[in-house]
Design a protein around this ligand. Structure first.
Ligand SMILES: C[S@@+](CC[C@H](N)C(=O)[O-])C[C@H]1O[C@@H](n2cnc3c(N)ncnc32)[C@H](O)[C@@H]1O
Length: 202
């Protein structure tokens, strides 16, 4: 189930008031939530133009309250983390996240990723992710690791759902990368670098 379908399965019946933080320049899942009948808005400094979007950081956003907040691949970027989580917990009782546990990368997973990257490029597919993991990691040491995210989430929320998930297919973009990554995770050959999380604020 993709993130949009998961979020839709967890929201109250439409029209729920939903905030997507870090929706990105393409608007994230906000248009799909609106299409499903929800009263959704997206917030991101690089949000697209439009009545449903606010081109500001979460810290500057002045709206709410909401029934739920959703964030896809954004929380590990948010700095400082603690006041942002305090604000999210005040804005809505539910928080739904899809995250990148970049620090979970190990040798076999890196070898598989970089080999897939080379193979796809040779086949004419240009992956959106970096070809050299070590260099990417050196340039992104400021990102929050998943144990810190979960520790800070646990201070403010009761966790209701957690699952490790494939992530690298998003960066590789090959036609069968997602089922291949999932199958290799399933047999323990590589590690899951993504997780999905849902919590209820206290
Ligand atoms: C990896 S992108 C993810 C974009 C989109 N959610 C997706 O999955 O394609 C991370 C996004 O988080 C946004 N972001 C980082 N810190 C933020 C903050 N404090 N408030 C709002 N957005 C933030 C960035 O501008 C960027 O668009």
């Amino acid at each position: 189930m993709d993130f949009t379908a998961f979020v839709l399965s967890q929201l109250p019946p439409p029209p729920a008031r939903v905030l997507e933080f870090g929706c990105g320049p393409n608007g994230g899942i906000t248009p799909a939530l609106v299409e499903a009948g929800h009263d959704a808005v997206g917030v991101d400094p690089s949000a697209p133009a439009g009545a449903r979007f606010h081109a500001v950081a979460l810290e500057e956003f002045d709206g709410g309250p909401f029934d739920a907040v959703v964030g896809e691949r954004v929380l590990h970027h948010v700095d400082p983390l603690e006041p942002a989580l305090d604000k999210l917990a005040r804005l809505a009782p539910f928080l739904i996240l899809e995250e990148f546990a970049w620090e979970q990368m190990d040798g076999p997973t890196r070898d598989w990723y970089e080999a897939q990257h080379r193979t796809l490029r040779a086949a004419g597919v240009e992956p959106s992710g970096p070809h050299d993991w070590a260099r990417w990691e050196d340039e992104h040491v400021h990102l929050h690791p998943s144990d810190r995210l979960r520790r800070e989430l646990a201070v403010r929320y009761d966790e209701r759902h957690f699952e490790w998930r494939a992530y690298l297919y998003r960066w590789l973009g090959g036609p069968v990368t997602e089922p291949l990554e999932e199958a290799l995770i399933e047999v323990g050959a590589i590690k899951p670098l993504g997780f999905r999380w849902l919590g209820v604020s206290r």
